[in-house]
Design a protein around this ligand. Structure first.
Ligand code: NAP
Length: 348
C-alpha cells in the first residue's frame, strides 16, 4: 500500500566542532513507502520549505552544554536525518488530526519527505493568504524570537535606544523593524556594505554599520550611541556583547537571543565588565522562543496586520532543492544569507 519513493535527505558525516563545511555533510537516499499504519499516529509529509538555523550547529557538536537544555536541542548523530522547522504537505497519515493534502508546519526534516512519528510537533497550517515561506520565517520561530525577545524580554519604552547585532539576519531584521514601529531609536550592525544599506534604506533603521570594518567596537558604539544604549538585542556574543555592555545606560537590558560567534569557536566567550553590570544595574537575560508562547497570539496578529498594511518588510533568502541545504547552512556562519535562510524543497 502507498507509493514507494526514493527519499533524498541530508545528514552529517561526523560531529562538527568548529565552523561547518560542505564536506561535513552528505546527501543520502532511502526508499520510503508513502503509507502510514492506521492508528500509528505517524504522518508522512512531503517537505516544501525548510528552515536553516544556526542552533543546529550546536546539535551537531560532539559535546555541547545545550544538548541537555531543551528537547529540540538534542544532539544529532552522524547518519541520522536532521529534524528542522518547516512547512509541508501530508501525503499519508495514521493520525486522526491529519489528512492527506493537509498543509502542516512544525518539525519536519532536511530531506524531501519526513516521517513525523506520532505527528509530534506538527500542526495544520492555514496560510492566511501569505506565501508558505513566510510561515517558516517571519510568521514562524524567527518572528516569535524577534517579537517575544524584544517585547517580553527587553521590555522597551518608546524613545529608548536599541542596538541589534546580526541585524540583517532573520531574527535581527525583524527586531529592528518591530523596534522602529514601536517608536525606538535603532542602530544595527552587519557584516557587509550591502547589508548596512539594506538596514538603512529599506528597513528604516536609524543607522547601521559594518562591524568588520571596525577595530575598536567600544568606541564604535560610543559614536553611534553618544547617549548610551538602553537595549541590546544580542545575536552574536563575544566582543560585541562586551562593547555593548560598556556602552549601556543604567537599568539597561540585554536580551541574549544567540551567540553565533561562539557556535563556531568555543573560545569566543564574552567577558563583560561585571562592574558595569552592578553599578549600571544591567539585566542580561537569555531566552528561547519556545518559552515565549504566551505572547504567540499577540505576535501573530500584530505581524499579520503589519504585513497586510505593508509596514513590515519580509526579507527572505531562499535556495532551491534539498542538495542546497549544506551550502545554505554553512553560509549562515560566513554571512552569506540576507534575511531568513530557507531551502525550498518542492513546489506546492
Ligand atoms: P541569521 O542572523 O539570519 O544568520 C546568521 C548571521 O549571523 C549571518 O548572516 C552573519 O551575518 C552573522 N554571523 C555569522 N557568524 C558571525 C560571527 N562569527 N560574528 C558575528 N556575526 C556572525 O540567523 P538567525 O536565525 O536570525 O539567528 C540569529 C541568532 O539568533 C543566532 O545566534 C541564533 O542562534 C539565534 N536564535 C535564537 C532563537 C531563540 O529562541 N533564542 C531563535 C532563533 C535564532 P553578518 O554578515 O552580519 O555577519
Amino acid at each position: 500500500m502507498g507509493m514507494e519513493v526514493i527519499n533524498k535527505y541530508v545528514t552529517i558525516k561526523t560531529h562538527i566542532d568548529g565552523a561547518p563545511q560542505d564536506s561535513d555533510f552528505e546527501l543520502k537516499t532511502a526508499a520510503l513507502r508513502l503509507w502510514a499504519e492506521p492508528g500509528s499516529n505517524d504522518v508522512i509529509v512531503k517537505n516544501l520549505h525548510v528552515s536553516i538555523d544556526p542552533y543546529q550547529l550546536n546539535r551537531m557538536k560532539s559535546y555541547s552544554s545545550s544538548h541537555r537544555a531543551i528537547n529540540f536541542a538534542v544532539p544529532i548523530s552522524p547518519g541520522m536525518d536532521i529534524d528542522a522547522y518547516g512547512v509541508g504537505r501530508v501525503v499519508a497519515s495514521g493520525h486522526p488530526e491529519f489528512e492527506e493534502d493537509d498543509l502542516v508546519v512544525g518539525l519536519i526534516s532536511w530531506g524531501e519527505y519526513s516521517v513525523v512519528k506520532g505527528g509530534n510537533m506538527l500542526r495544520k497550517l492555514d496560510p492566511m493568504g501569505f506565501p508558505l515561506s513566510n510561515h517558516v520565517g517571519i510568521l514562524g520561530f524567527s518572528g516569535l524570537a524577534a517579537h517575544g525577545g524584544f517585547f517580553q524580554v527587553c521590555k522597551p519604552k518608546k524613545g529608548e535606544k536599541v542596538f541589534v547585532s546580526a541585524a540583517s539576519g532573520s531574527v535581527g531584521n525583524l527586531v529592528g523593524q518591530y523596534a522602529k514601529l514601536f517608536g525606538c531609536y535603532v542602530v544595527g550592525c552587519a557584516g557587509s556594505k550591502q547589508k548596512v544599506n539594506l538596514l538603512k534604506e529599506k528597513l528604516g533603521f536609524d543607522d547601521a554599520f559594518n562591524y568588520k570594518e571596525e577595530t575598536d567596537l567600544k568606541s564604535t558604539l560610543k559614536r553611534y550611541f553618544p547617549d548610551g544604549i538602553d537595549i541590546y538585542f544580542d545575536n552574536v556574543g563575544a566582543e560585541m556583547l562586551e562593547a555593548a555592555v560598556a556602552n549601556m545606560n543604567i537599568f539597561g537590558r540585554v536580551a541574549v537571543c544567540g551567540v553565533i560567534s561562539q557556535y563556531t569557536d568555543s573560545g569566543k566567550r564574552a567577558a563583560p565588565d561585571m562592574l558595569d553590570i552592578v553599578y549600571k544595574r544591567i539585566t542580561i537575560q537569555g531566552f528561547l522562543a519556545a518559552d515565549l508562547m504566551n505572547g504567540y497570539t499577540d505576535f501573530i496578529s500584530t505581524t499579520q496586520d503589519y504585513l497586510n498594511d505593508g509596514k513590515i518588510q519580509v526579507i527572505e533568502d531562499i535556495s532551491q532543492g534539498v542538495e542546497s541545504i549544506p551550502s545554505a547552512f554553512v553560509g549562515l556562519f560566513r554571512g552569506d544569507n540576507v534575511g531568513k535562510k530557507i531551502v525550498k524543497i518542492a513546489d506546492e
